[in-house]
Design a protein around this ligand. Structure first.
Ligand code: DC
Length: 223
């Protein structure tokens, strides 16, 4: 079984994907971690500052041909699944990952890895992948497709609560601004933009907790 879950940043798609995989005995792949891992390497490879626009030195460097070749090599060398870590979740890496994810050669380098995981999951039972282009590009043949969204203010509030647990001093307004910026980049980029597909089941998680979202998804799967 293959399940594709796409949606906006901090919409709860990762939580749903993880919990669905547990319930169904499938394997879970967080595909955002692939772009984050390439971004982390980009930061090590490049410069140390990144602001919110495309004019900073690192972003400019990302668009240089030699850097893109280097990044593609990094992407091709990634071994799945990527181990999650706080380094991969920082605000800077989140912003940079959205930029890295807009480079066509990076996306191309990661397609086969994601498909191989879904076609040969370790459990042999199935795979749940979450990201932005899973239903549209990676697994258009998925048995079930979901699209998860929530109001930006609610997503920012949830992210703020998560960051607070990890002692980060991020402000909620900054998180909201960053989420809106990332959503814009993810859904307006030329290649594999985030979009609601006609064959995806839409869940607005604004007023739902994780248990309720899971139950709605399971009801849909079980018909
Ligand atoms: O889901 P996330 O926030 O960890 O994703 C990090 C970035 O990578 C985000 O800007 C969207 C991008 N991404 C993507 O373009 N395609 C995917 N399948 C997964 C993530």
């Amino acid at each position: 079984m293959k399940i594709a879950i796409d949606g906006t940043a901090a919409s709860g798609k990762g939580t749903l994907a993880k919990r669905l995989a547990e319930c169904l005995g499938c394997d879970y792949l967080d595909t955002g971690l692939l772009y984050r891992a390439v971004a982390l390497e980009a930061l090590r490879y490049g410069l140390s500052s990144l602001d919110d626009n495309f004019n900073d030195p690192l972003t400019k460097k990302l668009f240089e041909k030699s850097t893109r070749i280097e990044l593609t090599t990094i992407a091709l060398g990634l071994a799945l699944p990527i181990a999650d870590s706080p380094d991969l979740r920082s605000q800077k890496i989140s912003s940079l990952a959205a930029i890295v994810a807009s480079l066509p050669e990076i996306r191309q380098a990661l397609i086969e890895k994601q498909r191989n995981f879904a076609n040969s999951p370790p459990s042999k039972k199935g795979a749940v992948l979450d990201g932005r282009d899973i239903g549209s590009v990676i697994l258009p043949e998925a048995d079930f497709k979901f699209f998860i969204d929530a109001k930006p203010e609610i997503r920012a509030k949830r992210r703020f609560a998560e960051f607070k647990d990890t002692n980060s001093n991020q402000k909620q307004e900054t998180i909201l601004k960053d989420l809106i910026e990332r959503d814009k980049r993810d859904s307006t980029r030329q290649i594999a933009p985030l979009k609601l597909l006609t064959d995806a089941f839409f869940i607005d998680s604004s007023s739902l907790n994780a248990d309720e979202v899971l139950q709605i998804a399971l009801n849909y799967i079980n018909g």
